[in-house]
Design a protein around this ligand. Structure first.
Ligand SMILES: Cc1cc2nc3c(=O)[nH]c(=O)nc-3n(C[C@H](O)[C@H](O)[C@H](O)COP(=O)(O)O)c2cc1C
Length: 555
């Protein structure tokens, strides 16, 4: 840790990036690569394999590259971290400073509900070195001296800031906003940025105000925030609420901030690197192509451009880069763990929907926004199920193209399981609604289509069903012990791995099955012999013939 960082550590309620990396290392969640790695062609493809190479989510790690080179054979003395914020939810948990994954949702509820004002300091680690004017102009002196990787070599036109948190300020009320936006490096002192064109997005909203005033917009890009600060950037925080305050609420104490050197903004004191500058209110510049988080390449389009006025940094910074593009990715994990609790609390606490257990945003390939599962406890009124489906599909403009209500025994993270529910628990003529006029959302445009739409499916049980046809739990558990004793290959149980009742089952049938398992099936034959009937056709349910009689203690 450098000197100024040491001076403020201990006084704060959160880890900086170096401390976070040490915690990941201790938890066995860090892979350090000391071999030379080309940031332009090798770094992201290497880490990509852990998302496309069949490695289970809990085994994904953060990668720290200590020997970074580029395609011009330059060497960088700044290490690069990829996957260090959210290669999996466990890494995110450590960054949030909570003890279990289950605490992440309540932590967000608390942080959003109890923001804490940042503490302004005058000496900050992020300003140990200050470069401005001629010091950042000319090849190799400014942004191009930083080891910023190319995310999707072969498609991206430049190195991109991916873990960059952009700070802007409302010129009317002075309230700051933070958002993570992609940044296309253009020159040692110029970077283009895509701030989503929505008046409910802080960055764009502020830019429109500066545009109306004919003024340049002051901006600061933070590379390498303390993780708890970094996580607030992609989170949907209400307009007019400063994410630095929310980060304080999450940390349980104020975030240290310092005045930027050349723009009137407060920036996180423990940041690794801060890039200050001004965004033009009129002139836009082509930006992209760049591999986007929805899994397709965003093509070249006009976007905002920032002229850099200063680069301030630690003496020994670490740059972090988020791996995004086709999901699952670090970008989708970072959003998923933050968005899911927000959706749940919207349905449960704001709309007061009864019996809702979980909201799951489907992640692999679809990128969270398109397919949403809402899980219910058994027996919830149909009207509540539909209120939840309408509620979840309208909470965020881009989320909820397909919304599916499921029961508690359906695993929302397993597409097979959801198809299973749709196949046997939904009747398309009765349990589906199609709604028009959905915004097209984040992703390539469906050719020739003005607006998208929404499909709601109630795939919950409408009545009792016969049991799931697998051996009962006790038999499967016993067989697992046997399996392991026999030295057969390791098992990874997949839900459902045992049979269970879905209501349409009786004690009488239970007894008959137990009898069979005990080797007494002949007694069951005696039982059915007593109930022989002369009928015209087979496949007549026994209860249609015998009525309630079979449910007594017949044998
Ligand atoms: C890795 C990553 C990259 C992102 N890139 C962009 C981007 O380029 N433009 C954008 O508008 N939002 C982007 N987002 C989403 C925003 O950070 C998110 O919507 C945030 O809430 C925006 O804040 P705002 O509403 O204050 O603008 C990105 C999120 C992540 C995690």
């Amino acid at each position: 840790m450098d000197d100024t960082a040491k001076a403020v550590a201990g006084k704060r309620a959160y880890n900086d990036l170096q401390e976070h990396i040490a915690a990941l290392d201790k938890a066995g969640l860090l892979t350090t690569i000391d071999a030379p790695i080309n940031k332009d062609t090798e770094m992201h493809p290497l880490v990509r394999w852990q998302f496309r190479g069949g490695i289970p989510e809990p085994e994904r790690k953060a990668f720290l590259f200590t020997n970074v080179t580029d395609s011009k054979r330059r060497k960088y003395d700044i290490p690069v971290l990829v996957g260090g914020l959210a290669a999996n939810p466990e890494i995110y948990r450590i960054g949030m400073g909570v003890n279990s994954l289950a605490e992440i949702g309540p932590k967000w509820d608390h942080g959003l509900g109890n923001p804490i004002e940042p503490a302004v300091v005058t000496k900050a680690p992020c300003q140990e070195i200050v470069l401005q004017g001629a010091e950042i102009q000319g090849e190799g002196k400014g942004l191009d001296a930083l080891p910023i990787p190319i995310s999707t070599p072969g498609f991206d036109v430049a190195p991109y800031f991916t873990a960059a948190t952009w700070i802007t300020k409302d010129p009317d009320d002075g309230i700051q906003n933070m958002g993570v936006y992609r940044g296309n490096l253009k020159a040692p002192d110029r970077v283009a940025v895509m701030m989503l064109m929505s008046l409910s997005a802080g960055g764009y909203y502020h830019w429109k105000k500066y545009q109306a005033r004919g003024q340049k917009m002051p901006v600061a890009i933070i590379l390498g925030c303390p993780p708890v600060v970094e996580y607030t950037g992609p989170q949907k925080v209400k307009m007019g609420v400063d994410e630095l305050w929310v980060a304080g609420g999450l940390a349980g104490g104020p975030i240290n901030v310092v005045k930027a050197k050349t723009v009137d903004l407060l920036v996180p004191a423990e940041a690794q690197i801060v890039i200050e500058g001004l965004i033009d209110p009129e002139y836009l510049e082509p930006e992209g192509p760049f591999g986007e988080s929805h899994g397709y390449v965003a093509l070249e389009e006009y976007n905002m451009v920032m002229d850099v006025t200063a680069i301030t940094r630690r003496k020994q910074p670490i740059i972090s880069s988020i791996i995004s593009q086709v999901t699952p990715s670090e970008s989708s994990v970072i959003k998923r763990v933050a968005y899911e609790p927000m959706f749940l609390s919207h349905l449960r606490d704001t709309l007061s929907i009864k019996g809702v257990k979980k909201v799951a945003l489907h992640e692999p390939l679809t990128n969270l926004r398109r397919v949403v599962m809402v899980q219910f406890e058994r027996g919830v009124a149909k009207t509540e199920v539909w209120r939840a489906l309408y509620g979840v599909s309208s909470f965020m403009p881009a989320v909820g193209k397909y919304c599916i209500a499921i029961d508690e025994d359906i695993d929302p993270d397993n597409g097979d399981s959801v198809f299973w529910a749709m196949s046997y628990r939904a009747n398309p003529a009765l349990d589906i609604q199609i709604l028009k006029h959905r915004a097209r959302g984040h992703g390539p445009v469906l050719q020739g289509v003005e607006s998208d739409s929404t499909l709601l499916i109630d795939a919950t049980l409408k009545a009792d069903m016969p049991p799931v046809a697998l051996p009962k739990k006790k038999y499967m558990e016993h067989a697992k012990v046997l399996w392991e004793k026999l030295g057969l290959p390791p098992l990874k149980p997949e839900s459902p791995w045992y049979g269970y009742s879905l209501g349409d089952w009786t004690e009488e049938w239970d007894l008959a099955a137990e009898r069979a398992a005990e080797g007494e099936y002949l007694r069951n034959g005696e039982r059915s012999a007593q109930w022989r009937r002369k009928l015209e056709n087979p496949q007549v349910p026994i209860r249609d013939v015998l009525g309630g009689d079979i449910f007594g203690d017949k044998l």
